[in-house]
Design a binder for this molecule. Structure first.
Ligand code: AMP
Length: 282
């Protein structure tokens, strides 16, 4: 079946209503394009459990606090369409900004309970407010049975799980595992800014999380954290923004790992000028 492409929500919404009335379950995968195997794994997860898979590609201006970052975000749209088609995606929503934010609107504002100010939020003010606003609009358009999100963006997942639970209780949020390149670097649309040698080098981020995970079982947690952070900072071209252990529930920092609550290592590292995010659920 050929993938259908919609550019107008006024056409997509009623079409999805018709499918839903026929009893077809809908899986939704929101993206900003420049698709890679990580995105494709979300499409595959959706296809495995939903009758219809809807993907969106929209580079959301409200989540960029740096206009030059927005301007240089990669947009290989023909290649993206071919990849989605080959992966068996049924419907692509590919809107212009005006269709998502009519009349220059910015979408709704949500109380993100401080989660928007931690970690990524600390260095990107307003970023998660923009993410919440656009995903709210996309969920209002699609009303999916399941929303597929990557663990790669753990803080985003945590915020959107909360947003969906409150505002779209009929939608189940599914967290999908991180897909990595051969040497351990988490796949990301931004990796195209790294050359082959830099990508291999950046595999040290994953290796260091493994190391810190092992250290956490034999050393006090602050020591495991410092050792991990220092070893990454010691690599040429690497600069750690954060590298720490957190509670999975609310991403608050942990000082002791006693196994009573689910935890994760989260990190953001700038490698040769490219900010890379990664995490590991313990
Ligand atoms: P983005 O296009 O970067 O907004 O990402 C769209 C979705 O794909 C988000 O739910 C991401 O968490 C997810 N994603 C991005 N990279 C990966 C990856 N390496 N593995 C799994 N999911 C990913």
């Amino acid at each position: 079946m050929t993938m259908q492409i919609f550019t107008k929500r006024a056409e997509l919404s009623p079409y999805l209503d018709t499918l839903r009335e026929r009893g077809q379950s809908i899986g939704f995968v929101p993206t900003m394009g420049a698709l890679h195997r990580g995105h494709m794994s979300l499409v595959e997860r959706s296809r495995a459990s939903c009758a219809i898979t809807v993907c969106s590609i929209f580079v959301n201006p409200t989540q960029f606090n740096d206009p030059s970052d927005l301007a240089r975000y990669p947009r290989p749209i023909e290649q993206d369409i071919s990849m989605l088609q080959a992966a068996g995606c049924d419907i692509l929503y590919l809107p212009e900004t005006e269709d998502v934010y009519p009349e220059g609107g910015q979408g709704r504002t949500f109380d993100l309970k401080g989660l928007d100010r931690l970690w990524e939020g600390a260095s990107r003010p307003g970023h998660f407010a923009g993410v919440a606003a656009v995903v709210d609009i996309l969920l209002d358009i699609t009303h999916p049975d399941k929303l597929f999100l990557g663990q790669k963006d753990l803080q985003q997942y945590t915020i959107l799980r909360q947003l969906a639970a409150t505002n779209y209780p009929a939608t189940e949020v599914v967290m999908c595992p991180i897909i990595r390149e051969a040497h351990g670097l988490a796949m990301s649309s931004r990796n195209i800014r790294l050359n082959a040698a830099q990508r291999i080098h950046a595999g040290s981020i994953h290796a260091t999380m493994e190391y810190a995970r092992i250290l956490s079982s034999i050393l006090p947690l602050p020591e495991a954290r410092e050792t991990g952070r220092n070893s990454l900072n010691g690599l040429p071209g690497f600069s750690v923004d954060y590298f720490t252990f957190v509670r999975l529930a609310d991403l608050s920092e942990l000082e002791v790992l006693d196994g009573t609550e689910p935890a994760a290592i989260i990190t953001a590292v700038i490698v040769d000028g490219v900010r890379l995010l990664d995490n590991m659920v313990l």
